[in-house]
Design a protein around this ligand. Structure first.
Ligand code: NI
Length: 186
């Protein structure tokens, strides 16, 4: 399975400009580190995949938060990356008009209407995020985040076995933060 290095380069530059000075929550470094890690998870998974649109998966990984968290519009994405990437990133974007408790289910429903590449980016995002929680998170929030990740695993796991297993491992590891809270070791 191959993908375009030039496309990766172009896309990560676009995302870096869009996210500007945003940082990874609770960390002193650029948000682009998060995006690069999500793309890395996707690329590792693609190495053992057939029949997946690799460029779509990588574009969705790098752009997954551009509509939600930056001034970038869906039309901007379409103009630069085409309709498939726009549709993928839109599916990965929460609909803030819905009650917060329904936003994840709604996004997952829309992700499942897209090619598997889009769901792979979602799993890779949560794998990347199941690390030591930011210092200000309370135990309840940590548990909610875990439960939400379990739903992602249940609904999208069938899309890619390797990512599904990786998410499972991260879920098991994340339980340690229930009692330790955010003061535990990473
Ligand atoms: Ni993310």
């Amino acid at each position: 399975m191959t993908w375009s290095q030039d496309r990766f380069n172009e896309t990560i530059h676009f995302a870096a400009i869009a996210h500007g000075s945003q940082r990874v929550p609770g960390q002193p470094y650029s948000y682009v580190v998060h995006l690069a890690n999500v793309a890395m998870e996707v690329m590792a998974a693609l190495a053992s995949s057939e029949g997946i649109d690799a460029d779509l998966a990588i574009a969705c990984a790098l752009l997954h938060d551009t509509i939600e968290d930056t001034a970038t519009s869906a039309a901007d994405i379409e103009e630069k990356f085409g309709t498939a990437v726009r549709a993928g990133v839109e599916a990965l974007t929460k609909n803030k008009a819905l009650p917060e408790s329904e936003q994840m289910t709604d996004s997952l429903n829309r992700i499942l209407e897209q090619p598997p590449a889009v769901g792979m980016a979602k799993m890779a995002d949560r794998i990347t995020n199941l690390q030591k929680p930011p210092g200000h998170w309370r135990t309840e929030k940590i548990r909610d985040y875990y439960e939400e990740a379990k739903v992602i695993h249940q609904r999208l796991g069938h899309l890619h076995l390797g990512l599904s297993k990786r998410l499972e491992t991260r879920l098991e590891r994340y339980i340690r933060y229930f009692s330790e809270g955010a003061v535990g070791s990473p």
